[in-house]
Design a protein around this ligand. Structure first.
Ligand code: AVI
Length: 358
């Protein structure tokens, strides 16, 4: 065990229907500190008492929000998921050469629907797959168990170490051995420049010389295509945006009516990001009971809920440079709409013996 790696508490779990041999291949470590609620109260208080009201995008993802996001990914307008998957179709065998001679951890920051990890596992050249430990890192216990359970059922030779942690706060809890880290979906684009730099620097901080980091980034493209992706005709993005209020209602005893707000998403050409807002259809007074706060929102006023940055290669390169990372391979699609960038750490000393952590 690496001294720098805090010991998480091992949690018990039940996987109905899973055979017990496979259950033995799963461990879940909990590093959540329990101050999640305090953080939420503080975030909402800060966001609702500013001139431009805002709610951090991470509060989109309750159970319904995660479900709506999966539906967004399947709409014809939302190109990022499809494009990233098509890049993986081509690039996965080359990426997974990483496990050809030596085993290690396949770490996924934020465990999603498993589609992308499956692409990697399915295209791992023999005998690499048997050497992989999959390490999903997420703040949602149910997401972790669900994704781990599905993979263990389908990949006989896989072992899984689920890590319950907020990877935007700390990565020091992750295993320190040989690893390929992944951060798919262009979720990096939902972070401000300082937040993104912070995250990339902490990824850099846990990388050994031979480790690799695979980062998904959505690229700048014609505005109509970008705006359509955030205004799908079936209205899933609208429901996803409004659902953030239902989440606050449930968690903090608030009485927002999501129907009082319309979905607004547009590309800001100055900042090169999509801004998502909830725009009040009428004057709204909402009570947030657990904060003892009443919020006045005027008709036409907005609550800012998300930014989705679209990168140029130059911008991306500047970000990598600032974080001490350099590009080893750059994968993209024929239109250059999305990038999967394989990064390595600059100037790392090889760790003697490569401690494996948990
Ligand atoms: C998760 N993230 C990369 C999505 C995006 O495109 O920025 C979230 C999203 N927001 C609206 N639609 C999808």
């Amino acid at each position: 065990m690496d001294a720098a790696v805090a010991k998480g508490s091992e949690i018990g779990f039940e996987m109905p229907g899973m055979n017990s041999t496979r259950e033995g291949n799963l461990r879940i470590l909990n590093y959540l500190s329990g101050d999640h609620r305090e953080k939420m109260l503080d975030d909402i208080l800060q966001g609702m008492t500013k001139r431009q009201k805002s709610i951090p995008a991470k509060y989109f993802y309750d159970a319904r929000g995660s479900q709506l996001f999966d539906q967004i990914c399947m709409t014809p307008e939302y190109y990022p998921t499809k494009t990233e998957l098509s890049i993986l179709d081509q690039s996965a065998p080359g990426i997974m050469q990483f496990f050809l001679k030596e085993g290690g951890d396949l770490v996924e920051l934020g465990s999603g629907s498993n589609q992308k990890i499956r692409k990697l596992l399915d295209r791992t050249p023999y005998p690499g797959r048997g050497r992989i430990r999959y390490v999903p890192v997420d703040i949602s216990r149910s997401c972790l168990l669900e994704s781990a359970g599905e993979l263990l059922e389908d990949y006989e030779d896989l072992t899984v170490l689920g890590v319950l942690a907020d990877f935007t706060q700390s990565l020091s809890v992750l295993p320190r051995g040989r690893k390929l880290l992944t951060f798919f979906g262009s979720t990096i684009g939902n972070l401000t420049e300082p937040e993104a730099l912070n995250l990339l620097r902490s990824v850099r901080g846990i990388m050994n010389r031979d480790d690799r980091f695979l980062l998904g980034m959505d690229m700048l493209k014609p505005i109509e295509i970008i705006e359509a992706a955030y205004n799908d005709r079936q209205g899933f993005t609208c429901d996803f945006n409004r659902n953030i209020l239902a989440h606050i209602d449930r968690e903090l005893g608030a009485d927002f009516d999501p129907e009082d707000f319309e979905h607004l998403a547009f590309f800001n050409t100055g900042t090169e990001w999509v801004e998502m807002h909830l725009k009040a259809r009428r004057n709204v007074t909402a009570r947030i009971e657990d904060l003892g706060l009443s919020v006045e929102i005027k008709k036409g006023e907005t609550i800012h809920t998300e930014i989705c940055r679209k990168f140029t290669r130059e911008r991306a390169q500047r970000l990598f440079q600032g974080a001490g990372l350099s590009v080893s391979r750059w994968f993209t699609d024929s239109r250059g709409w999305f990038s999967l960038v394989e990064l390595q750490a600059n100037d790392t000393k090889k760790r003697p013996g490569g401690s494996t952590g948990p």
